[in-house]
Design a binder for this molecule. Structure first.
Ligand code: GTP
Ligand code: SPV
Ligand code: MN
Length: 606
């Protein structure tokens, strides 16, 4: 079982002699007491073996291999279908460091409390050692993590989502100044009981302990835990930005490339925007995906902001994904994909609400029960997902693996807002842009447990993912301005405005029309109309040709109602106050100035 000698792969070749890693694995094994330890090398053989084992253990169900080669279905415990924000903790030495938006636990207390749960948690199980890289292999911007897990599902998902196995051990190396520089992740599904579920982050120790869940962002520790919560903390300390943002490249018919990063909260359209196909009107325009969920952004030597996607795959929302809404995603998930909590058709295909074609009369639902089209329940869980390799994406950017990342010309913030927020608006300057991010609001979705459809403030789409004090995070953004001598322009969008319960804007591919204006603004090629809140497109500048919707509908989608905005901006006050002493004064002053300007425009004395 545990030994201090170097682990070897199936052929007897030494995988690593890194003493820090070997020692830590032995310590964690002494705590969790697995029957076996398996070091993952990331090989095709290993994948085959683990997949077969998962099928035997009914963790995975093979789908129709003619239609969906290499694809499998996983049904999670129905009590374990989304991130659990109430059970997610930032364990910093003081509560202030975690700030008022995070759950906090004292590190000593957390190690003791969660340590008790880990004690013997892997008895009778295998501990998989999963070394992985977040970011391109060999890039200065990348980080190595090692996840110890008792879940084959986690191993197989990590294999898709990250650069996993030998490549990570090689990057970490055995000796040298950085050989102890890896994130230590420990995960056990335990008995999958919400009473014994904790997702704990120790930023100062570069450590994550996750117990009692087997789902998504709770357990794929490279993603939200490392790349965002620990990542944002590292970003503050080291002078860069770890963000909940997609990254895409817009190519004009002349071949001009413009890169854009966009932060939308969970289940608010990042994957769709990152894979968008422009409508007919935009013949010759191409959208290339760099990433669909997370961006790590550093200032380059030329003073521009460069973004890498730390991930290597997509953990995307299934419901609503169709050849009509997102053909690229449909092509991406045709092979080598793990589906979680979708429905299964009688011929071994997958199905979810909003997929193309007629609703099948009978399927097996996400819980494994027979379902008919007359059933009032949903067949697929609203947060059902696909895990697919990035390389399956026909429009994957050739720079997705670039160790230096891509230069960002525009940053977009957007939320799910039925009212108030117009289709698109550009910030006057960096402070104004940070204000857009800081005040971002969105209706809650099924991506996290809890009530769905209530507007909450979700600053920078990072509310559940910021690993330190939110006020300090705003300060960090403000401070970054002095380093970025050629800053991207900042925008706010809203695809989700409604009238009479219906979306006003068609969205999806048609969002290209908004993106085109954003690119032209970023390149200083088009004018703008000044409003109190930012620049909006001048009449006629938003290309609407070939768009088959009434003009009044576009007017409603782009409208700015001063009364609504007054209520909106007033409501930020309470939120800003709740962030406490670290809240930058510049943002509160900007808020007050906005209120005064609204008053003035309305004819008051502001
Ligand atoms: P996470 O993976 O949770 O971070 O989500 P995401 O931001 O990548 O969201 P995704 O692109 O998966 O979209 C979530 C839901 O929003 C899906 O059901 C989409 O069909 C829907 N959606 C995406 N873009 C649009 C849009 O432009 N308009 C409308 N009305 N719905 C959209
Ligand atoms: C999100 O909720 O923003 C996701 C899914 O991308 S998860 O990996 O579960 O966090
Ligand atoms: Mn996300």
């Amino acid at each position: 079982m545990t030994s201090s000698s170097s682990p070897v792969d199936a052929s007897g070749k030494v995988l690593t002699s890194n003493p820090h890693l070997i020692k830590w694995v032995a310590e964690m094994a002494a705590l969790t007491k697995p029957d076996r330890i398996v070091w993952c090398d990331g090989s095709a053989d290993e994948k085959k073996k683990l997949t077969e084992e998962a099928v035997e253990l009914k963790i995975l169900e093979p789908l129709n291999q003619d239609k969906l080669p290499g694809c499998y279905l996983h049904r999670s415990n129905p009590n374990d279908v989304a991130r659990v924000e109430n059970l997610t903790f930032i364990c910093t030495p003081t509560k202030d460091e975690a700030g008022p938006t995070n759950n906090w636990m004292d590190p000593k207390e957390a190690y003791a409390k969660v340590g008790k749960l880990f004690d013997g948690s892997m008895k009778g199980r295998t501990m998989y050692v999963v070394p992985y890289i977040m970011g391109p292999a060999g890039s200065k911007l990348s980080k190595v993590g090692v996840e110890l897990t008792d879940s084959i599902y986690v191993v197989l998902n990590q294999r898709i989502m990250t650069r996993m196995g030998r490549v990570a051990l090689d990057m970490l190396g055995d000796t040298g100044p950085h050989s102890n520089d890896f994130n230590r992740g420990l995960h056990s599904t335990l008995d999958c009981n919400p009473e014994r579920r904790f997702i704990c982050h120790f930023p100062q120790d570069n450590t994550i302990w996750s117990v009692g869940s087997g789902y998504g962002g709770n357990v794929l520790l490279g993603k939200k835990c490392l790349a965002l919560r620990i990542g944002s903390y590292l970003g503050k300390t080291e002078g860069w930005l770890a963000e909940h943002m997609l990254i895409l490249g817009v190519e004009s018919p002349e071949g001009e490339m413009t890169y854009v990063a966009a932060a939308f909260p969970s289940a608010c359209g990042k994957t769709n925007f990152a894979m968008m196909i422009p409508p007919k009107r935009f013949k010759g325009w191409k959208i290339w995906t760099v990433g669909d969920d997370i961006a790590w952004m550093h200032v380059g030597d030329d003073g521009r902001l460069y973004a890498v996607n730390p991930e290597n795959g997509y953990f995307g929302v299934a419901p609503g994904t169709s050849y009509e809404s997102n053909p690229n995603a449909m092509k991406t998930i045709m092979k080598d994909t793990i589906f979680t909590n979708v429905a299964r058709t009688p011929d071994g295909d997958v199905w979810w609400e909003g997929k193309d074609g007629p609703v099948p009369p009978e399927v097996i639902d996400w819980k494994g029960n027979p379902w008919t089209s007359k059933s009032p329940e949903k067949a697929a869980h609203p947060n059902s997902r696909f895990t697919a390799p990035a390389k399956n994406n026909p429009w994957l950017s050739k720079f997705a693996d670039d160790p230096d990342g891509v230069p960002i010309s525009a940053i977009i913030f957007g939320g799910r807002r039925a009212t108030t927020v117009p289709l698109v608006m550009q910030a006057f300057n960096w402070l104004n842009g940070v204000f857009f991010g800081a005040t971002l609001g969105s209706e809650t979705t099924a991506a996290a447990t809890g009530k769905v459809g209530v507007v909450r403030r979700d600053p920078f789409a990072m509310l559940p993912f910021c690993g330190y004090n939110m006020g300090e995070y705003f300060q960090h953004w403000l401070k970054m301005q002095s380093k970025i001598t050629h800053p991207p322009k900042i925008f706010l969008v809203n695809w989700f405005r409604k009238k009479d319960g219906k979306f006003l804007w068609p969205g999806f591919g048609e969002n290209m029309r908004v993106l085109k204006w954003i690119v032209d603004r970023a390149r200083l090629r088009v004018g703008g109309q000044e409003t109190v809140f930012g620049w909006v497109p001048k009449a006629g500048d938003l290309d609407l040709s070939g768009l088959n919707i009434p003009h009044e509908q576009v007017d409603d989608a782009t409208n700015i109602d001063l009364d609504e905005w007054q209520t909106e901006v007033e409501s930020y006050g309470e939120f800003f106050k709740s962030l406490g002493a670290e809240m930058p004064r510049a943002l509160e002053l900007h808020r007050e100035l906005l209120l005064a300007r609204i008053e003035a425009v309305k004819g008051g004395h502001g």
